[in-house]
Ligand binder design. Structure first.
Ligand SMILES: CC(=O)SCCNC(=O)CCNC(=O)[C@H](O)C(C)(C)COP(=O)(O)OP(=O)(O)OC[C@H]1O[C@@H](n2cnc3c(N)ncnc32)[C@H](O)[C@@H]1OP(=O)(O)O
Ligand SMILES: O=C([O-])CC(=O)C(=O)O
Length: 471
């Protein structure tokens, strides 16, 4: 609870010690940090000219280097395999999985500052990493925490906008409505209208992104409390870090739940640029639509069942199995259930991937967490059985390129264990997490002056003609 208070005490101690701290080894770094060291915007501003130069050099020296051939399969196959986007915060290797600014998830867990020793990383430190590519000190993460808090007030019209929807509206519809209502305060839109030159647009993009990240937890929590807790909203607790405060506003203060939310925000934060939500945000922002509009587009994509909604679908599916067949369901029965799902024309949620060709490290990371904190949870136990049962069945179909579990099959399990059991809400949690990665790139989109995205499309007639001529 006293995360910020603890750090403030440390800083006070530092000033009381004055010059002596230079003798104190481990405290030395604290003193060397100036105000601009602690300010994300200043750090970013320092980096931008260098990265702009880098991009310019790559373009002029290597602009004609080929990155592969485009085949008809790729055009008809959702552009799979086409390298066509620049995305700085993360990169996915098909075998190894995600790296956030070069760090694997276990490396992030080890290196990023945590609320308490050995705990899950603070979302603020993660955001710092995603934006700058540098691992922040705890002081930097705390400074960013304070910055986000200072930006977190949500205007009343946002809540009124959400309230105008029927409670039957899907939580993602309510959430996106809230996000669009936040857009009314876009600094980016104002700056553009006032004629700000392109070279400076990263500044209002930064403002919008930081305000957005700061505000979406309250909007998301409002939707949750409206739908499931009689609308009794819980005010923010300013002594808490970003993730813990989100959990608090949802109504969960158990320290293990706070850790679960911190982990959730880490593993769902980003997955390079070609996934539906990332790509949607990038293309919308490329038309110089403001970050709220771009993020809302991302959230509409995330709400698709083959993408982020799989979090909801997976938890619903696993729970329905537990309900119908009990938690001790046999392997044979589980196989039957998987086949029944497939034969009804549905996909098996939480398995497979568009890029990954091995078990998703985000699954592995959450599995480790569950083994530590909730080893006997019956839903977790059921997922472990599905991890064995599903891949051979999917493989036997002969068409599934990746039969292994993805992030979504376990995403909801720890949170469900600690009381957040409303499956339909899960994609909103995913959305709050993805505000970190999407925003980090939106800032760089404008800092690097990336152009409007406009790939070429063709018709079936064109394809046939072209292929016949080249045969
Ligand atoms: C955060 C995330 O977005 S992670 C992904 C979350 N989504 C899910 O968990 C939903 C279940 N999984 C899927 O639907 C798919 O694996 C996707 C959408 C993730 C990837 O799709 P693709 O890249 O097209 O996968 P792939 O090339 O292996 O698909 C080939 C075929 O196998 C099928 N397939 C792939 N995964 C599955 C699955 N889990 N269950 C059933 N069939 C599957 C595809 O539907 C496709 O069938 P079709 O040719 O009859 O249309
Ligand atoms: O990479 C993808 O296509 C989907 C995914 O796992 C994500 O966006 O988290």
């Amino acid at each position: 609870m006293g995360f910020l208070r603890g750090i403030t005490a440390l800083s006070n101690l530092r000033s009381r010690l004055g010059q002596q701290t230079t003798q104190l080894g481990s405290l030395r770094w604290l003193q060397s940090q100036s105000a601009s060291d602690l300010d994300l915007r200043s750090q970013l501003k320092d980096q931008i000219p260098e990265q702009q130069e880098r991009l310019k050099k790559i373009k002029s020296e290597y602009g004609k280097v080929q990155l592969g051939n485009i085949t008809v399969d790729m055009v008809l196959g959702g552009m799979r395999g086409i390298t066509g986007l620049l995305w700085e915060p993360s990169l996915v290797d098909p075998e190894e999985g995600i790296r956030l600014r070069g760090l694997t998830l276990p490396e992030c867990q080890k290196l990023l500052p945590a609320a308490s020793p050995g705990g899950e990383p603070l979302a603020e430190g993660l955001l710092w990493l995603l934006v700058t590519g540098k691992v922040p000190s705890k002081e930097q993460a705390v400074a960013l925490s304070k910055e986000l808090q200072s930006r977190s007030a949500v205007p009343d019209h946002v809540y009124k906008g959400i309230d105008s929807l029927p409670v039957t509206a899907h939580p993602m519809t309510q959430f996106v409505t809230g996000v669009m209502a936040l857009q009314v305060e876009s600094e980016f839109q104002k700056a553009y209208e006032q004629g700000m030159p392109k070279s400076k647009l990263w500044e209002p993009a930064y403002e919008d992104c930081m305000n957005l990240i700061a505000r979406v937890p309250a909007v998301a929590a409002y939707v949750y409390r409206r739908l499931y807790k009689d609308g009794r909203a819980i005010p923010a607790d300013k002594s808490l870090d970003h993730a813990a405060n989100f959990s608090h506003m949802l109504g969960f203060d158990d320290p293990k739940m706070l850790e679960s939310v911190r982990l959730f925000l880490l593993v769902h934060s980003d997955h390079e640029g070609g996934n539906v939500s990332g790509h949607a945000s990038h293309v919308v922002a490329s038309a110089l639509a403001d970050p709220y509009r771009a993020y809302a587009a991302a959230m509409n994509g995330l709400a698709g069942p083959l993408h982020g909604l799989a979090t909801q679908e997976a938890l619903l599916w696993v729970k329905s199995i537990a309900k119908e067949f009990g938690e001790d369901v046999t392997t044979e029965k589980l196989k039957e259930v998987v086949w029944k799902t497939l034969n009804s024309g549905k996909v098996v949620p939480g398995f497979g991937h568009g890029v990954l060709r091995k078990t998703d490290p985000r699954f592995t990371c959450q599995r480790k967490f569950a083994l530590k904190h909730i080893p006997d949870d019956p839903i977790f136990q059921l997922v472990l059985k599905l991890q064995e049962v599903v891949p051979p069945i999917l493989t036997s179909l002969g068409k599934v390129k990746n039969p292994w579990p993805n992030v979504d099959i376990l995403s909801g399990v720890p949170l469900n264990h600690f009381g957040l059991s409303e499956d339909r809400y899960y994609t909103v949690l995913f959305g709050v997490s993805r505000s970190l990665g999407v925003s980090a790139q939106l800032i760089w989109d404008r800092a690097l002056g990336l152009p409007i995205e406009r790939p070429k499309s063709v018709t079936l007639d064109w394809l046939e003609d072209y292929c016949k001529k080249s045969a």
